[in-house]
Design a protein around this ligand. Sequence first.
Ligand code: SF4
Ligand code: SF4
Length: 392
Amino acid sequence: MAQYTLQPDINFVRELQDAGGDNLKRCYQCATCAVACPLSPANAPYPRKEMVWASWGLKDKLMKDVDIWLCHNCGNCSDLCPRGARPADAMAAARNMVYKDLTEPSIIGKWMSGIAGLPYLFLIPAALWLVVWSLRAAAKGSYFPRAADGRIVFGEIFYGDYTIDPIFIITFFGACFILYRGVRKLWEMFKPEGNMLVIGQKKSWIRHLAGVLMDEIVTHRKFDDCEDGPTTGKAAGSRKLGHMLLVYSFVILAFVTAVVALGHWGGKIVPAIEVHTPMSLTFPVKILANIGALLMLCGLAALTARRLTQDRLNHVSNFQDWYLLGIIWLVACTGILSQCFRLADALKPAFVAYYFHLVFVWMLFAYLPWSKLGHFVYRTAALVYVRMYGRS
Ligand code: SF4
Ligand code: SF4
């Protein structure tokens, strides 16, 4: 008979409890959660097995488990758990633990795991943009210069060609590279030891990815599956609407950024496509940008309201949840404020708001591989993996 030696890691259990799974020891393994989960497959149900691994301190098994990424944190399992063990929060805590150490520099993952790290996370971009501001102010002779025609133009200080564009291009592609390394590592972790036998017709990962993007991003179908799950008797606002609004606002704003960048850089070669900033409020690209900002505010409001009104006995939002919501709120509010101050010709408030806007946008992108936003990428990788290979 095969033998398996358990190697419990007590420190890991404590870390998991600190990361949000504080009630996991209450679990008495009744499996109600695995039955209640609308997304759990019959042949490898979760989250009961994850609760067992977590309680026993089986770090290796839990950290390599593809299923923790397939959970959509709908909370049905927590609502129906007879022991108040909050399996949904334990699954979220396990995910937080994985991406905390998944990529280098892991010190950022450590800072991102609790409020104590927040000052460091803020001070890095705050210092960076202050140096840019000071250098440009020295060249311009003022911290708050006006353009030659008297208008407020942020590019007078935060000049796109030499400051914003290179800094954000390096930041964005640097974050993408770190994310890519994280996905590769995660993918290797999912693989079982030894050889893997794949039965049936194999599709390319691109085709699987297209299917996942359709379910997860375009239609948010999985959220419907969650909401159509077993009746829990607990009132809960829709997560789908808030998520969809936020995702679509990101898509719109990414499109606007690409158009402006193309107009700016491409316009140097083909003057006909040049885009001048600041754009007028009636310029189509600006209208689209403001629609994106409005959708973002609505999505944020819906998700924040849902978190604030959740049943605290069964659902506790962790630091990562609030960090992401908080940063997106700050990006949206400082962006809107800098535009309002500029239109109201309030020179100093406009520059200060814009400075903070740059700081928070940098935080959003630079720390993406260690934040809940990285979830989208890691979860997508897990879904593609499961469609390609199933579970070990
Ligand atoms: S987490 Fe709750 S529902 Fe799931 S097995 Fe444990 S006690 Fe049962
Ligand atoms: S939170 Fe929802 S998706 Fe995740 S394990 Fe529980 S029931 Fe399943």
